[in-house]
Design a protein around this ligand. Structure first.
Ligand SMILES: N[C@@H](CCC(=O)N[C@@H](CS)C(=O)NCC(=O)O)C(=O)O
Length: 83
């Protein structure tokens, strides 16, 4: 099973969209809410080398990017093999 991590925040439509796609794929993920713990936001920025928008998604420690990038992977058929 892949290790899926998502940095998210409250009231974030792009986060909801990304999580909904992952749920549709029936995969589980670890969610880090950057609103509840400011150190998680700093960790996200560090791990993404400067990205500040949420969501930021990692699969097996590799940065996938945000919601748009997750959906682009899905459309191109490259998401399923990663899951
Ligand atoms: N293209 C990005 C858009 C993400 C985005 O705009 N997220 C908003 C929250 S819903 C955000 O983090 N805005 C603050 C910022 O860009 O620093 C994606 O698909 O993930």
């Amino acid at each position: 099973m892949s290790d899926i991590e998502i940095y998210s925040s409250d009231f974030c439509p792009f986060c909801a969209r990304a999580k909904s796609l992952l749920k549709k794929k029936c995969v589980t993920y670890t969610e880090y809410n950057v609103d509840t713990d400011p150190s998680l936001r700093l960790e996200m920025i560090e791990r993404t080398k400067g990205r500040t928008s949420v969501p930021q998604i990692f699969i097996n420690k590799k940065l996938i990017g945000g919601s748009d990038e997750l959906f682009a992977l899905d459309v191109s058929g490259k998401l399923e093999p990663l899951l």
